[in-house]
Ligand binder design. Structure first.
Ligand code: ADP
Ligand code: MG
Length: 893
C-alpha cells in the first residue's frame, strides 16, 4: 500500500503515548486506510508524517513540523478555503481523499475537538461542481462475477471452474451527482467490456470474484477491489431492498444484485459512510430509480468503434469537441438535455417502434419553427435541476440552489404554453409531463430571499413575511440599530464633543469613542470599556442594553433562519421524485429540440427505419462531421443488402474511402438514436452492431504491437458479427508486411462473406482484392477515382461501382517534380503488373518475397492451408503462431 495511506508507522507503534489529537488522527487514518486523510485544524486541513511528505511533494506546499510533548511530526497543510483545487490534484494523482472536519465548536469541547470524516472524495463519486468536469455524467462502476459462495456447488469453489450461464457478470453504474443509476449483465466478458466503454466510468470497484486480469476498464479509470462483504449476495439484496424494494424484480441475476448492492455501499461510504453501529449517515435518499437494461436492447458500439467513429471524445487530452458527432449534434440549451443527448448517442436503439417515436417528435419539431425556437430559448433558463435536487436531498444545497430550482419551475408553464400546438403522441406526452410543482415553487418563492448569499448560517436567507417570529426579531434588531445610528448625533449634542464617534468591533461590541483631549467633557454615565493610545472607549447602560438586545435578536434570527431554511429544504427534498421526473421530461424535450434544430440547420432528412437485416440504402449521404469542415462536400450513396453485402472499396490515398465508410456507419447510428440524417434519402434496416477496424494505427501507448492489436480486434469482430451487423474494415493488414497483410485481408474478406453474412465495407489499397470481390457472390467493388489535371490530380470524392484502374500515385509524383524518366519507368511497371493480373487472374504482389514465388494456377498447399483455417475460432496467440508457421513453410519452399 501507498505509504501515504493508513496510519503513520511512527504513530501506530506508540499510540498510547500520543496526544489526544494525534491519536484521533491516527485512528481516522486507520479507519479510512484507502484514503488520504485531510485533518481539520482550525482554518487548515493538515496531513502528517508520510502523508505530509507525499502531499507536500504533490501539491507543492511547505513541509513543516508539529512538535508536541511526544515528538516531532512532519506536517503539511492546505487552507480550507481553497481546498477543492488541492483535492483535485490529489485525485488526479490517484488518491481518494477523506475529509475529516471538526464537528464540534472548539469552544464547547472539553478536551480535543471532535472530528469526523464528512465526505470521501473519489474520482467517480464527485458531487462538487468545482470538481466535476462540466455537465457530463460522471460514473462510478461496480463489477461482480458469478452468484457467489452460497449458490456455488459444494466444493466447487473458485477454482472449481466458473458457473456458466446468463448473468455471470453484473455491472452497476451510478452518477452520484445526478442520481442516475443503471445496471446490466451478461455472461460474456466481451459484452461487459463494451458496456463499460459506453459509460466510460471514472472509477470502478470490483468484487472478490473478478479475475485479476480482467481488462475491461480504461487506463485512466481508477479500479480498486472493495470490501468483499458488500458484494455478499444477502447483504447486497438487503441494501437494495431498502432503497428500491425487492431487487429480484428489477435485476436479472445474482451478479447484478451483488454489483448494485456493493455500489450503493460504496457510495454511502464516500458520503461519510455508514459506521460500525449502522448509522445511516450515508444513505442517498435521492436515488429513486434503478434502471436495468439488456445489452442487446441497444446498438452495440465497441470501444474501438466509439473511438474511431469519433462519436464523443470524452476525457480526451486533445479532444476537440467540435469535431465529434456529439459536437455537431449538440444544440441543446441546458445541461439536462446535453446529458440526455449524450446518453442517446451512447445507446442507439434497436426497436423500430421506439426509434420512430423519437423520429415523430423530431419531425414535428422541424415543422414547428417558431415554437421550436421559443422552447429552445425557454430551456436556456433551465438549471441543472437533477444535480440541484440531489444536493437538496443530501442537505448540501444552499439558498441559491433553491432559488435556481424555483427559477426553473417558473419557466415550466411557459414551455407548456409554447407547446400548445403539438400533435404527435410523444410531444403531447412530454407536454403532459411538464409538472410545474406549484407548491414547491410557491414555497421557495415565499420562503427564500430573491438573491440570497451562499452562506446559510448568517442570515439574509429567509424572505420577509414568511415567519412572524423572524420578522419580529429582525424588527428588534433594526430598531436597536436605528437607535445606535442616531446615538452619535445625540451624544455629540449632549456632550459638545464634535469628534465623538460611535463604533462597533467584534470583541468589545458597541462603544462611544472620545479622543484624549476631550476626556474632560465625558458625562458621568459613561463607563470605560477600552483604552487606546489616543482615545478612550465607553459604553452607557442604555447602549449596553440595546446592544444585548440587538445581538440576541440577531443571533436568534440567524439561528431561526437556518432552521427555517433547513425545513424548507427538507420539504422540497420530499418532492424529489417529482423534480427528477420533471428533469427527465425537460432533458428529453431539450434533446429532441436539439435534433430538430440540427436537422433544420444542416438539411438532414428523416430516415426510414426497417427491420433488422433488411439492408441499408442511402442516397446522397454525407459525413456529418467532415461536411462541417469542408467547403464543399460530395455526397455519396450506398446500397447493401443480402445479395450484395460485402463492398470492397479501392481508390488512391486521400480519395475519400475512410470518410465514406464512416459516414455510412454514422448515418445508421444517427437514425437509430432517433435523429434525421445527412442524406437526401435513407432506409436503414436496424443495425445491431457497428464494428470498426482501422489498420496501421499503432497502439504503441498500449504497449502492444500493432499486429497483435489488429488480430485481437479482428477476432472480436469475427466472433460477434451477425447478419444485421455493419463491419468497417479500413486498410486491415497494413500493420504488417504486404504479403502477410494481403493474406489476412483476403482470409478475412472470405470469412466475412462466407460465414458471417454481415454487411461489410472493406477499404483497401491492396488492389488484388478487387479480383476477390468479383469471385465472391455477395461481394462487389466500389472505387473512388480522380481527375487528371495539368497540375496533377484532383480527387472528385465520388464513389462508383467497379474497381479502380489508374494509379494516381505516379501522377502525384509527376506533379511533385519527380524526373520524367522515373515517371515513365513507373508507368511501365504498372502495366507489367496489370498484364500479369489479366493473364492469370491471380494476384501478384510487388513485395520481394512473394515475387520470387512461382505463380501457379491451382491453389498451392499454402493456400489450401490458409483456406482451412477457422479464423473465427483462433485466439490471437494461435493466429500469430499459425502465421509464423505458414511463413516459415513459405520460406522453406
Ligand atoms: P482515404 O481514406 O481514401 O485516404 P479520406 O477518407 O481520409 O481518404 O479523405 C481524405 C480527405 O478528403 C478528407 O480528410 C476530406 O477532407 C476529404 N474528403 C473525403 N471525402 C470527401 C467528400 N465526399 N467530399 C469532399 N471532401 C472529402
Ligand atoms: Mg483512409
Amino acid at each position: 500500500m501507498d505509504a501515504a495511506l493508513g496510519a503513520p508507522e511512527k504513530m501506530r507503534e506508540r499510540r498510547e503515548e500520543l496526544t489526544p489529537m494525534m491519536r484521533q488522527y491516527c485512528e481516522l487514518c486507520e479507519r479510512y486506510d484507502d484514503a488520504l486523510v485531510l485533518f481539520q485544524v482550525g482554518d487548515f486541513y493538515e496531513t502528517f508524517c508520510e502523508a505530509a511528505e507525499a502531499s507536500a511533494r504533490l501539491l507543492e506546499i511547505t513541509l513543516t513540523k508539529r512538535e508536541d510533548s511526544t515528538g516531532t511530526y512532519p506536517m503539511a497543510g492546505i487552507p480550507i478555503d481553497s481546498a477543492e483545487s488541492y483535492i483535485e490534484t490529489l485525485l488526479d494523482a490517484g488518491y481518494r481523499v477523506a475529509v475529516a472536519d471538526q464537528v464540534q465548536d472548539p469552544e464547547e469541547a472539553s478536551g480535543v475537538v471532535d472530528r469526523a470524516v464528512t465526505r470521501i472524495v473519489t474520482p467517480g463519486t464527485l458531487t462538487e461542481d468545482e470538481l466535476l468536469a462540466g455537465d457530463d455524467n460522471n460514473y462510478v462502476a461496480a463489477l461482480a462475477v458469478g452468484s457467489e459462495r452460497e449458490s456455488r456447488p459444494e466444493g466447487g469453489g473458485r477454482d472449481g471452474g466458473s458457473i456458466p450461464g446468463a448473468g455471470e457478470y453484473g455491472l452497476a453504474l451510478l452518477d452520484v451527482s445526478t442520481g442516475d443509476f443503471v445496471a446490466t449483465g451478461s455472461d460474456s466478458a466481451e459484452t461487459i467490456r463494451d458496456e463499460i466503454s459506453r459509460f466510460a466510468p471514472a472509477e470502478a470497484i470490483v468484487g472478490p470474484d473478478v479475475p485479476e486480469d480482467f481488462e475491461g476498464f480504461d487506463p485512466d479509470c481508477m479500479v480498486t477491489p472493495y470490501d468483499p462483504s458488500t458484494f455478499d449476495l444477502e447483504v447486497a439484496r438487503e441494501r437494495l431492498d431498502a432503497y428500491f424494494g425487492v431487487p429480484e424484480k428489477r435485476l436479472a441475476s445474482d451478479a447484478e444484485i451483488r454489483a448494485c448492492g456493493a455500489l450503493l455501499a460504496y457510495a454511502e461510504y464516500t458520503r461519510g459512510g455508514t459506521d460500525a453501529d449502522g448509522d445511516e449517515a450515508g444513505r442517498l435518499d435521492y436515488l429513486n430509480h434503478l434502471t436495468r437494461y439488456e445489452p442487446r436492447e441497444y446498438m452495440l458500439l465497441d470501444r474501438v468503434a466509439l473511438r474511431s467513429l469519433e462519436l464523443f471524445e470524452r476525457r480526451a487530452v486533445h479532444g476537440d469537441a467540435e469535431h465529434t458527432l456529439l459536437g455537431v449534434l449538440d444544440e441543446t440549451a441546458c445541461a439536462l438535455g446535453r446529458r440526455q443527448l449524450t446518453d442517446w448517442l451512447r445507446r442507439p436503439l434497436l426497436d423500430p417502434d421506439r426509434i420512430d417515436t423519437r423520429l415523430d417528435a423530431v419531425e414535428e419539431l422541424t415543422t414547428l419553427v417558431g415554437a421550436r425556437e421559443e422552447i429552445h430559448d425557454l430551456l436556456t433558463r433551465v438549471y441543472d435541476i437533477e444535480r440541484l435536487i440531489a444536493r437538496i436531498s443530501r442537505g448540501r444545497a444552499n439558498a441559491r440552489d433553491l432559488r435556481a430550482l424555483k427559477d426553473t419551475l417558473d419557466v415550466v408553464p411557459e414551455i407548456r404554453e409554447a407547446m400548445d400546438g403539438v400533435e404527435s403522441g410523444s410531444l403531447s406526452d412530454l407536454r403532459a409531463g411538464l409538472d410545474d410543482l406549484e407548491e414547491v415553487r410557491g414555497l421557495i418563492e415565499r420562503a427564500i430571499q430573491e438573491s440570497p448569499p451562499i452562506e446559510i448560517t448568517e442570515g439574509d436567507v429567509i424572505a420577509p413575511g414568511y415567519s412572524e417570529r423572524l420578522d419580529e426579531l429582525r424588527e428588534t434588531e433594526r430598531d436597536g440599530k436605528q437607535w445606535i445610528d442616531s446615538l452619535e448625533k445625540r451624544e455629540r449634542e449632549r456632550t459638545g464633543i464634535d469628534s465623538l464617534k460611535v463604533g462597533f468591533n467584534q470583541v468589545h461590541g458597541y462603544y462611544i469613542e472620545v479622543t484624549n483631549p476631550n476626556l474632560d467633557g465625558v458625562p458621568d454615565d459613561y463607563n470605560r470599556r477600552q483604552t487606546l493610545k489616543n482615545a478612550e472607549r465607553f459604553y452607557t447602560p442604555e447602549l449596553k442594553r440595546r446592544e444585548d438586545e440587538i445581538l440576541t435578536a440577531e443571533g436568534r434570527a440567524d439561528d431561526l433562519e437556518y432552521e427555517l431554511f433547513a425545513e424548507v429544504r427538507a420539504e422540497v427534498a420530499d418532492e424529489g421524485e417529482r423534480v427528477q421526473a420533471l428533469a427527465e421530461t425537460l432533458a428529453t424535450l431539450d434533446a429532441l429540440v436539439s435534433l430538430a434544430e440540427v436537422a433544420a440547420k444542416y438539411g438532414y432528412r428523416r430516415p426510414e427505419i426497417d427491420s433488422p437485416g433488411s439492408g441499408i440504402e442511402i442516397e446522397g449521404g454525407r459525413h456529418p462531421v467532415v461536411e462541417r469542415t469542408q467547403a464543399s462536400f460530395v455526397p455519396n450513396g450506398v446500397r447493401l443488402d443480402r445479395e450484395e453485402r460485402v463492398a470492397v472499396i479501392t481508390g488512391p490515398n486521400m480519395s475519400g474511402k475512410s470518410t465514406y465508410m464512416r459516414q455510412i456507419a454514422l448515418i445508421a447510428i444517427l437514425a437509430q438514436l432517433g435523429s434525421f440524417v445527412p442524406a437526401s434519402a435513407a432506409r436503414i434496416g436496424v443495425v445491431d452492431r457497428v464494428f470498426t477496424r482501422v489498420g496501421a494505427s499503432d497502439d504503441i501507448a498500449g504497449g502492444q504491437s500493432t499486429f497483435m492489436v489488429e488480430m485481437r480486434e479482428l477476432a472480436t469482430i469475427l466472433r460477434g458479427a451477425t447478419e444485421s451487423s455493419l463491419v468497417l474494415l479500413d486498410e486491415v493488414g497494413r500493420g504488417t508486411s504486404t504479403a502477410d497483410g494481403l493474406a489476412i485481408a483476403r482470409a478475412i474478406t472470405e470469412h466475412v462473406h462466407d460465414e458471417l453474412g454481415a454487411m461489410t465495407l472493406f477499404a483497401t489499397h491492396h488492389h488484388e482484392l478487387t479480383e476477390l470481390a468479383e469471385r465472391l457472390d455477395c461481394a462487389f467493388n466500389l472505387h473512388f477515382s480522380a481527375t487528371r489535371t495539368d497540375d496533377g490530380v484532383t480527387f472528385r470524392h465520388d464513389v462508383s461501382r467497379g474497381a479502380a484502374t489508374a494509379s494516381y500515385g505516379i501522377e502525384v509524383a509527376r506533379a511533385a517534380g519527380v524526373p520524367d524518366s522515373v515517371v515513365s519507368r513507373s508507368h511501365a511497371l504498372v502495366e507489367d503488373r496489370q498484364e500479369a493480373l489479366g493473364d492469370g487472374g491471380r494476384s501478384v504482389d510487388t513485395d520481394a518475397d512473394s515475387r520470387s514465388r512461382p505463380d501457379s494456377g491451382a491453389d498451392s498447399e499454402l493456400e489450401e492451408e490458409l483456406r482451412g483455417i477457422d479464423v473465427a475460432n483462433l485466439t490471437p496467440i494461435e493466429a500469430l503462431t499459425t502465421l509464423d508457421r505458414l511463413k516459415r513453410e513459405l520460406d522453406s519452399n
